[in-house]
Ligand binder design. Structure first.
Ligand SMILES: CSCCC(=O)C(=O)COP(=O)(O)O
Ligand SMILES: [Zn+2]
Length: 217
């Protein structure tokens, strides 16, 4: 795989990078990725599925282009073509999800209602969870509406790899996980087979968190 000069993105995958930039702009316009917040990644198709493209760190997320992406090893987050762009500071969390699930895409945003839920969950020192049941919207997460599920909430450790290790430990142990997690006082991370499924699931999580914020439980 050849890297495009001056970026860490592999040549031939501008379309994948452009798709990431399009999603990033969409979430920015919704107010779910204000400023430079949030990060997105997707596995490359076919034989290159061990590689993921992830948004570069610290960039205005409403203004990304196809060239603001960094190629990393999906399961470890190792940068494949070191260059001027830094991979997202939260790459290790994406890698933890890729390592322990069948995700093809991971989305992390600071959407308002999920962030309220993440702030209220009180996971300052220890992981906790947000119990969900009854909502029809659970079907949008691939769960039964009658099912009881627990969305894990992890402390927002300043050392991001520590968050990633806790995420990997949890997802590796848990039997039937919802496709998302909260980070206390921070935001939400959701995954799916591709960006479209991850976005649909994120919209359902956000709508559920809105109901909870409005006092429905
Ligand atoms: C300005 S938000 C602080 C960092 C963060 O939480 C985030 O989602 C963006 O980090 P990145 O390194 O991916 O730009
Ligand atoms: Zn964040």
């Amino acid at each position: 795989m050849t890297a495009v000069p001056d970026t860490g993105a592999p040549a031939g995958h501008e379309a994948v990078g452009a798709e990431l930039a399009r999603y990033s702009r969409m979430f920015y316009e919704r107010g779910w990725m204000p400023g430079t917040s949030g990060n997105l990644s997707v596995r490359l198709p076919g034989a290159e599925a061990d590689t993921a493209l992830i948004t570069a760190s610290g960039r205005a997320k409403g203004e990304l282009t196809a060239h603001d992406m960094v190629a990393v090893r999906a399961g470890s987050g190792e940068v494949l073509h070191p260059g001027p762009l830094r991979a997202s500071a939260e790459t290790s969390i994406h890698a933890a999800v890729y390592r322990t699930t069948d995700a093809g895409a991971v989305i992390h945003v600071h959407s308002p209602y999920a962030t309220v839920a993440a702030c209220r969950a009180g996971a300052r020192e220890h992981a906790t969870s947000l119990e969900l049941t009854r909502f029809e919207l659970l079907k949008g997460l691939g769960l039964d509406a009658a099912e009881r599920t627990e969305v894990p909430v992890f402390p927002n450790w300043p050392d991001v790899p520590r968050i990633a290790a806790e995420v990997a430990g949890h997802l590796g142990r848990a039997e039937r996980c919802p496709p998302g997690l909260l980070i206390a006082d921070h935001g939400i991370t959701v995954w799916g087979s591709d960006l479209a499924q991850a976005r649909n699931r994120l919209e359902c999580f956000e709508a559920i968190c809105q109901l909870l914020t409005l006092g429905v439980d």
